[in-house]
Design a binder for this molecule. Sequence first.
Ligand code: F6P
Length: 343
Amino acid sequence: MKIGVLTGGGDAPGLNSAIRAVVKKSEKYGYEVIGIRHGWAGLLNLDTVKLEYENIKDIIHRGGTILKTSRTNPKKVPNGINIACQNFKKLGLDALIAIGGDDTLSVAAALSEAGLNVIGIPKTIDHDVPETEFTIGFDTAVNMAMRLIENLKDTAESHDRVFVVEIMGRHAGWIALYSGLAAGADLILIPEEPFSIKEVTEFVKKKISKEGGQSVLIVVAEGALIKDYEGPITKSTKVDQFGHVYLGGIGEFLAKEISKATGAETRACVPAHTIRGGPPTALDRLISTRLGLAAVDLVKEGKFGYMVALKAGEIVPVPLSKVTGKTKTVSKELYEEAKVFFD
Ligand code: F6P
């Protein structure tokens, strides 16, 4: 039996832990593993590497992905799905494990529909893949972001400054919400809850007058939406093969508006990709490992077209068709719960 494994979309800490587990479990069953490099691009270009546990056993603590990644979308490449299917055969694969977020998993679903034996593993720091309580990289990103926000709180307090921290999160505000709450931020703004500039500036004014000083810490997700503005603030209008624009700039924009309306010294900080790299947390290493092991078990059972997911502590298979085309966002109830701290 020959299994292919690839990582697609943005990298995330914990990917290497999952790859390592896939290889270990495969070897236990006597299977061969081929790493497909640069995500779906590697399947289209036959860019592969043989993976052996002996050579990759020491990668559990390493961020990024040893297989490299890309945002290539075979559905947008002429004849891409057919080429992918032909190359699956050319490589002599019996199964393919695709580790990725909604974009990568949507291609996995398309290939599964086209008849390939595909299994998905959920990955994204954004945490927005439905039908799973865990996505590879989210926990590390939250912890990284929490520490950065805490650091900024110290300096904001010392200088009586307002800080706006822009945190990754395209359609869902999970990282901003969790890291902001964990670090004790004063206000957290997420894509799910559009806000007006006035609401934010009034919040800052009130906070300053109530507390005397001018230290206010606001966390904003990069994809947060301003009421009466069309779409999120972007760095360029160019879209990638999955139709995503390059987000960024809302932190700087808000900082200027706050400074203008309140007179408070306001700074923006954009940690951007710094929260997406570095060693994975223990949780990211462990659950990624369990997902990798479970994916190979599904191959052994011949159960294809599924994503392995974490639900109530158990790793369970979920049909890929139930996962794609949907985004797991922060619920109104959860945001309401958090709002008790925004006063
Ligand atoms: O992988 C998810 C993510 O980190 C989003 O939070 C962010 O919007 C996007 O990727 C950035 O992608 P890139 O690194 O391709 O600019």
